[in-house]
Ligand binder design. Structure first.
Ligand code: PLP
Length: 381
């Protein structure tokens, strides 16, 4: 492309601004954010082997994908506009009319609702089991129809731990794909497991600062290609500015995750010894310790009815910890679990999953443990 600027008038000049060239070898230490939606192609290279249009590919989002594939020890990774888009794009890519999927009632509500109420519109049937009892897993397989087992570990909101090895063994025996939502455990854990599709909401620990919505899907090249094709059809692309913020947030990922975990452990200890706390859930089983190194910064517990009118009221009593959705960020937030995650369930399911009018989910941030404990102590009186 040749530009002869001197002949141009003002509007033409303003709409084709001067390019600043960088001397070869004079590179920035931080890669720029490529905001351009479109790219001028190299004539000698096939169009689709280069960047053409940012809904399909972009250097900034690609840098993030390569970082995420590397730390998750997977061949390939795709980033999309939300954790939910990562989940729904995966389901739509891998399932078709007549198929059957096995999932678990202890799942993030939008996953459960999509599998149960939206896939059924396309005659894709589902069976929901409990993560605490896998005895029905194999007998729930419908020969020739079950194509996917989808689970979370730890589960949202009550931190049930899945026996991942067992799920993979059953799935392999029957030639079924396994997808796992590892959001609560973060990006650095569960890399030793051969799940076919690993999904994360990057809104949580990945970005970590509560100012981006994003998701990612990682696995073998071939399965991610299938999912990528579907996500491109759905237009689920992540914005380059958002990708940049996540890339920056990831620099402190391990520091944040381990520090937040250490603070959460102190808070668990405090809550467990408090007479107005009925139960505390935090990963500590043998299975959890076998599968994870860091137990994370999410805790769920139930308060005694004498301290507040409801879980919502208890959350509002806290002054430092804010009532808000989401988790894994630098600031601590708390949510009433029944109102946020359980309203689509029957009373029996709510009871079995410990979603009660007084249960809450706390996500521990980077504040000082003493300040958080003081806030909880005051609200528990
Ligand atoms: C938040 C969350 C999601 C959805 O992620 P978004 O980025 O909010 O769309 C999926 N799975 C789990 C376990 C989550 O906690």
């Amino acid at each position: 492309m040749q530009k002869n600027r001197t002949d141009w008038n003002v509007n033409t000049k303003l709409n084709h601004p001067v390019e600043v060239k960088i001397t070869e070898g004079n590179r920035p230490l931080i890669q720029p954010i490529y905001l351009s939606a479109k790219y001028y192609p190299n004539e000698a290279v096939p169009y689709f082997d280069q960047f053409m249009y940012s809904r399909v590919s972009n250097p900034t989002t690609r840098q993030l994908e390569l970082t995420l594939a590397e730390i998750q020890k997977r061949e390939e990774c795709m980033v999309v506009g939300s954790g939910v888009a990562a989940l729904t794009g995966t389901f739509l890519a891998l399932l078709k009319t007549g198929d059957h999927v096995i999932s678990f009632k202890e799942s993030y509500r939008p996953s459960r609702v999509f599998i149960r109420d939206y896939l059924s519109k396309y005659q894709i049937t589902s069976t929901f089991l409990s993560l605490s009892d896998l005895s029905q897993l194999e007998s729930s397989i419908v020969p020739g129809k079950t194509k996917l087992i989808h689970f979370e570990s730890p589960s949202n909101p009550n931190l049930e731990i899945a026996d991942i090895e067992k799920i993979i063994t059953v799935a392999r025996k029957h030639g079924i794909l396994v997808s796992m939502d590892g959001t609560f455990a973060g990006l650095h854990q569960h890399t030793q497991f051969d799940v076919d599709i690993m999904i994360h909401s990057l809104t949580k620990f990945g970005n970590g600062h509560g100012d981006v919505i994003a998701g990612c899907i990682a696995g073998k090249m071939s399965v991610i290609k299938t999912i990528r094709d579907m996500c491109l059809q759905l237009g689920a692309a992540l914005e380059p500015q958002a990708a940049y913020l996540i890339q920056r947030g990831l620099k402190t990922y391990m520091l944040r995750y381990t520090h937040q975990t250490a603070t959460a452990e102190k808070i668990v200890k405090f809550l467990k010894s408090h007479p107005k706390v009925k139960w505390v859930r935090y990963p500590n089983s043998e299975l959890a310790k076998k599968q994870m190194k860091d137990m994370g910064s999410t805790i769920s517990f139930e308060v005694d009815p004498s301290v507040a009118k409801s879980a919502d009221n208890f959350c509002h009593k806290l002054k430092l910890i804010q009532l808000a959705a989401s988790l894994g960020s630098t600031e601590s937030v708390i949510a009433p679990t029944l109102a946020f995650f359980g309203l689509d369930l029957s009373q029996e399911e709510r009871d079995s999953m410990l979603l009660t009018p007084y249960s809450v989910r706390l996500s521990v941030g980077l504040e000082d443990a003493e300040d958080l404990i003081k806030d909880l102590e005051t609200a528990l009186t």
